[in-house]
Design a protein around this ligand. Sequence first.
Ligand SMILES: O=C(O)CCC(=O)C(=O)O
Ligand SMILES: [Fe+2]
Length: 299
Amino acid sequence: MDCQEKLEVPVYTDVDRETFLRDIYPLTSGSETRAPGTLCARVDGELSRAEGGRPRGQSACVPRAQDGFSAQELCVQDESYYLRSLGEDVRKEPADLRKQFPELAEDFDIPQFFEPEQFFSSVFRISSPGLQLWTHYDVMDNLLAQVTGRKRVVLYSPKDALYLYLTGDKSEVLDIDTTDLQHYPEFVKASRYECILEPGDLLFIPALWFHNTLALQFGVGVNMFWRHLPPESYDKKDPYGNKDPVAASRALQSLERTLGILEELPPDYQDFYARRMVLRIQSRAYQTMEASPGNLDTA
Ligand SMILES: O=C(O)CCC(=O)C(=O)O
Ligand SMILES: [Fe+2]
C-alpha cells in the first residue's frame, strides 16, 4: 500500500546554486507551495575504474575488506554490502575522495556549486542492489552524485520533522513504502518527494532535508558536503557531517535539563507546564519560516 501521495521532483539543468536556492528550491513563495527541485547536471568523466580498481587506504566499511580480500571473495549471496568511505583517522577526519582514492578523484569533476573553503567532505559510496539507507538528515548542504547504477531517493522537508518519528537525526519509520500506520499514524502527513537518480545525475540535498535512498541496482556514487553556515557554527568533532550545529546541540541539551526540572512537580503540573512550553516553542518553530519564506537557512 502506498500510503502517501508521491510528488515528482522536477529536474533543472544549468542553474547555479544561488539561483537554485533562491528561486527554485524554496518551499513556498507567496501562497504557492512548490515541490523542491532536483538540480541535475551530468558528471564529467566516469568513475569507470571504481568497479575494477582497488581502493587505497582503509576506508571499507565491511571489516573483512580490510583483510585484503577481493570483492568476489567477500560477497556472500543474499548479503547486502555498503561502502561509505571514511577519513584516515575515522574519528576525527572527514572522508576526502582526493586523499583516500586519488586515482578515482582524477576522473571526478563537478560543477562549482560552492567556494573551495566551504568544502567539508567527499564520500565514496558503493551499494548492493536493494540496499536502503534509513531516512535521516545531515547538517550540511550536499550534492549526491550517482556514477553508476540507478538509485531511488525519497525526500521529506525539514518542516515535516514532526511526522517522521525522529530519534536524533534518524526516522524510526524504516518501511516508508508500506508503513504501519497504526503504529505511525502521523507519517501520512509527511509530503514525500521522490526521484530516481540515473548514472551521471547530481542531486542537491539541502541541509536538514530528510532523505532515504534505495539502490535499485549495484551502484557507485560520491557525495560532497559543504558548510554554508559560518565555520564556527559546526561541531569541530564531526567526521560525518551529521552532528547538529553547536547552538542546536546546546539548545537540545538544555531542553533535556528543563524536562528533568519539570519532574520535580506532580504529574498534572508536569503536564500543564509541558503544554505551556509546547506553546512557547511552537510559536518559535513556525515563526522563522513564515518570516522568511523560502529561506532554507532559517528553516
Ligand atoms: O546514497 C546513499 O547511499 C546515501 C546518501 C546520503 O545519505 C548522503 O549523501 O548524505
Ligand atoms: Fe545523508
